[in-house]
Structures are given as structure tokens and as C-alpha cells.
Design a protein around this ligand. Structure first.
Ligand SMILES: NC(=O)c1ccc[n+]([C@@H]2O[C@H](COP(=O)([O-])OP(=O)(O)OC[C@H]3O[C@@H](n4cnc5c(N)ncnc54)[C@H](OP(=O)(O)O)[C@@H]3O)[C@@H](O)[C@H]2O)c1
Length: 252
């Protein structure tokens, strides 16, 4: 990956941070994007000259294009875009869910991905090479109670990946969707509004995937020869199954 430029959204924690670290370790230049500038400053300082912080809310699609166009020369021609920023808010059923939460999930997990892709694709097409990675989820096809809007956003990501692959066939631009199961990050803390105890209970008594496990899968897809496109990777902890609702019985 020496000489390549990678942009990772949602690089202030979890999967995004681990992915940024993996690519920097392999010699790439990496733009770490997120809203929490203090964290980005700390991580880019640790990662060194090949890391660049971009403080940005991906939902601000007007600023997305101008912020990417204003990146320093060495970081502007993006070879790999990792669309990782995303979140789930709450576990309410649809009639009680906070509508603002719905909007935030849709804007972050779906609309922002479109804006990021639209900003980098012209350059990738002009150079006839590039790789777009989407961080999907098994939630794209494994529904669970209260998952409603989050699951639907990840179904969007899954189908967008497939459709973009179809659009870009014959160009040098690859598209990959990574669909993890349970990964221990700040994801559950965000979902439960900062309740660390509730978040920790999600991973109680089992060994979840780590952000580094996902970063390795992302990295592997990017190291394959240019004619090889990994369309989809689904990965889960060994301890995870499908569910949790197999049958709801009237007697409980
Ligand atoms: N953890 C899991 O079990 C799991 C499973 C399947 C898929 N995923 C997916 O993996 C991706 C990464 O999640 P994670 O588990 O690593 O969670 P995380 O630790 O909470 O990280 C989420 C990242 O997204 C960023 N982000 C959220 N909203 C943003 C916005 N509007 N603008 C810019 N950045 C934003 C956050 O940065 P700031 O808050 O600093 O902006 C943070 O860096 C998500 O797309 C998630 O859906 C996670």
C-alpha cells in the first residue's frame, strides 16, 4: 500500500480507527475523518506524517465535496475510500422511535455514503483505478427486534454496493461491502445514549470480533490484484448465531 492514499470515515474510534492504523502500518497515506477533532488530532499525531485529520460531519454534503477538494496535495487523490462512519440509535419499535434518530441514521448511514462516493468517484474514474469499501452489517439481512431503521439503512448499503459494482464494471474501480456481526466498539454505547453498563452487556459472556479483525478484512480486499473484486464479506464472531427471535410463542 506504499504510495496509496486511503480515506477512512468514522476514524475516531472502533473499526474506522483500526482500519486507518492498518493502512498506515502498511505504508499508505491515510485521511482520518470524523467529527471529534480532539481525537483525530491525537491519533494523527501518533500515526505520524502519513496521517491527516479531517474534521467533518459526513451529513454535511455541501461541505463534503469542498473539504475533499481542499485536502493537501499528498492526500487529495483518493485510491481507497472506506465508507465506515455510521451508527444505530436506540432499539425502539417504529411507532415509538424518536424521528430525529431515524433521520440521523438515514443521513449518516445512507445519504452521506452517496455524498462521499460522488466526491471521490470522478477522480477514481479519471485515474481508472480506485476502491470503494462500504461498511455494511449482517443487519442488512438479519433483522432483530428494534433494529428496524438501522437494519434498513444497512440493506441500502448492501444494495448500493451491488448496484455500484454493476455501474463500475469495466472501469478500474472496485466496490466491496463488508458485513460484520458483533464487533466490540463504541457502537453499543452510542446506541444506548452513553450507557456503558448496558453497552457492555451486549458482549457479556462471549468473544466478539475486534475492530482489528474487520480492519484486516478491509485491508486484504485492497491487497488483491487489480482484476479481483471482492463483492461481499460477511463475518461474525464464532460465538454468534442468527436470531434472536426464531419463534414468538403466544404463551411467551
Ligand atoms: N460494532 C458492530 O457490532 C458493527 C457491526 C456491523 C457493522 N458496524 C458498522 O461499522 C461502522 C463503524 O462502527 P463502529 O462499530 O466502529 O462504531 P463506533 O466505534 O461508534 O464508530 C463510529 C464512527 O462513526 C463516526 N461517525 C458517526 N457519525 C458521524 C458523522 N455524522 N460524521 C462523521 N463521522 C461520524 C464516529 O465519529 P465521530 O462521532 O467522532 O464523528 C466514529 O468514528 C458503522 O457503519 C456500523 O454501522 C458495526
Amino acid at each position: 500500500m506504499v504510495g496509496q492514499t486511503v480515506l477512512v470515515t468514522g476514524a475516531t474510534s472502533g473499526i474506522g480507527l483500526a482500519t486507518a492504523e492498518r493502512f498506515v502500518a502498511a505504508g499508505a497515506r491515510v485521511v482520518l475523518l470524523g467529527r471529534r477533532g480532539d481525537r483525530l488530532a491525537e491519533f494523527t499525531r501518533k500515526l505520524g506524517d502519513r496521517a491527516h485529520a479531517l474534521v467533518l460531519d459526513v451529513r454535511d454534503h455541501v461541505r463534503v465535496a469542498s473539504a475533499l477538494a481542499a485536502l493537501p496535495d499528498a492526500f487529495r487523490a483518493i485510491d481507497v475510500l472506506v465508507n465506515n462512519a455510521g451508527l444505530a440509535l436506540g432499539l425502539s419499535s417504529l411507532e415509538t422511535i424518536d424521528f430525529e434518530d431515524c433521520t440521523q441514521m438515514i443521513e449518516t448511514n445512507c445519504a452521506a455514503v452517496l455524498a462521499m462516493n460522488r466526491a471521490v468517484l470522478p477522480g477514481m474514474r479519471a485515474r481508472d483505478r480506485g476502491h470503494i469499501i462500504h461498511m455494511g452489517s449482517i443487519a442488512s439481512h438479519v433483522a432483530y427486534p428494534g433494529g428496524n431503521v438501522y437494519c434498513a439503512t444497512k440493506a441500502f448499503v448492501h444494495q448500493l454496493s451491488q448496484s455500484m459494482k454493476a455501474d463500475l464494471a469495466g472501469t478500474g474501480v472496485r466496490v466491496t461491502c463488508i458485513e460484520p456481526g458483533m464487533v466490540e466498539t463504541e457502537f453499543s454505547e452510542v446506541r444506548f445514549s452513553g450507557d456503558k453498563t448496558k453497552a457492555a452487556s451486549v458482549y457479556r459472556g462471549m468473544k466478539p470480533l475486534t475492530p482489528a479483525d474487520i480492519a484486516e478484512a478491509v485491508f486484504w480486499c485492497c491487497t488483491l490484484p487489480a482484476h479481483v473484486n471482492v463483492n461481499l464479506i460477511e463475518l461474525m464472531p464464532t460465538a454468534q448465531g442468527f436470531g434472536p427471535t426464531i419463534v414468538k410463542r403466544v404463551d411467551g
